[in-house]
Design a protein around this ligand. Structure first.
Ligand code: BEZ
Ligand code: FE
Length: 301
């Protein structure tokens, strides 16, 4: 028996570093945990070998992650922001929500969803601060065969016209500003009044903002309204409608834009149309149709 064969585990060396680390994983380990750990170690070691960081660079990386952790609070999840700007949140979402082409696509949830918003009646104006251009959303929920889905629960939220969510400006904005929850009727329809969404920067005063600046990237999200659509028997859809005239559609900082989610917004200036909707002229109108996939239905057509 030579010196190497005598050892329980091989000693560290540069050439086989990842295999040497992975050899330490116990034999009685959950197979999924093993697969994840082995893969992460393999790719991490490959990245370090390609980059060949100096000690200072490696310490800067550790400091960046430490600052990212320190930035996190109940209302500020800097690690999620990091995952978002690196495109990982969208990738995980894509892997987990392969749907038939006709079904509404998911996009990023973001950190500003608030659970437990009370149900409003159709037609409610969710804009409580009076800022922005009026927008009427007349929506319908159907299944992939085009059959209306009654009793779907739809959460909506967006920033105000200054580009902030209510929870980012507690005390400045009315609580619940630009949030609503609606239920679809027998035709799958619901509608609400809001304001035209605008582009806004994601929180950029932390390490993720510094990273974006260092990489010559801006922090802006394309103008959107968030939707979560839930109905028994159907896969929940977490999505947006994007404003079609937003200059950031091609460069949303978190990669959330999908062609199918770019809405059609029509500017109307007809008092006969405005009056029954309770809005003033001019106003915007959009009429999205959300298409739900039954639970258990495959990704194909
Ligand atoms: C949002 O759309 O609310 C959002 C998404 C990702 C990061 C920050 C905000
Ligand atoms: Fe948003």
């Amino acid at each position: 028996m030579n010196e190497i064969e005598k050892r329980a585990f091989p000693l560290f060396n540069e050439a086989h570093s990842a295999d040497i680390v992975n050899a330490r994983i116990g034999s009685d380990v959950d197979p999924r945990a093993r697969q994840i750990a082995e893969t992460v170690v393999r790719h991490l070691h490959a990245a370090v070998k390609e980059i060949e960081p100096t000690h200072e660079e490696w310490l800067a990386a550790i400091r960046f992650l430490t600052e990212t952790g320190h930035m996190c609070t109940d209302w500020r999840q800097e690690f999620i922001l990091l995952s978002d700007v690196l495109g990982v949140s969208m990738l995980v979402d894509a892997i987990n929500h392969r749907r038939p082409e006709t079904a509404t696509e998911n996009t990023i949830l973001g950190p500003f969803f608030v659970d437990g918003v009370p149900l409003s009646t159709s037609g409610t104006n969710i804009c409580l601060d009076g800022k922005g251009e009026p927008l009427v959303v007349q929506a319908q929920v159907v299944d992939i065969d085009g059959v209306p889905v009654k009793g779907a629960i739809i959460d909506v939220w967006q920033t105000n016209d200054d580009g902030f969510y209510d929870v980012q400006q507690k005390g400045l904005q009315p609580d619940g500003n630009l949030r609503g929850k609606f239920e679809s009727d027998a035709q799958g329809r619901y509608w609400f009044q809001t304001v035209k969404p605008r582009d806004y920067p994601i929180p950029a005063d932390g390490p993720v903002g510094k990273l974006l600046a260092k990489l010559g990237r801006h922090p802006n999200r394309a103008a959107h309204i968030h939707f979560i659509i839930q109905a028994p028997g159907y896969e929940t859809v977490i999505t947006h409608i994007f404003s079609p005239d937003c200059p950031y559609l091609d460069e949303d900082t978190v990669f959330g834009v999908k062609e199918s989610l770019i809405g059609q917004f029509e500017k109307l200036d007809d008092p006969l149309l405005a009056e029954p909707l309770g809005v003033t002229c001019p106003f915007w109108l959009t009429t999205p149709v959300f298409v739900l996939k039954p639970v258990g239905h495959g990704a194909g057509k």
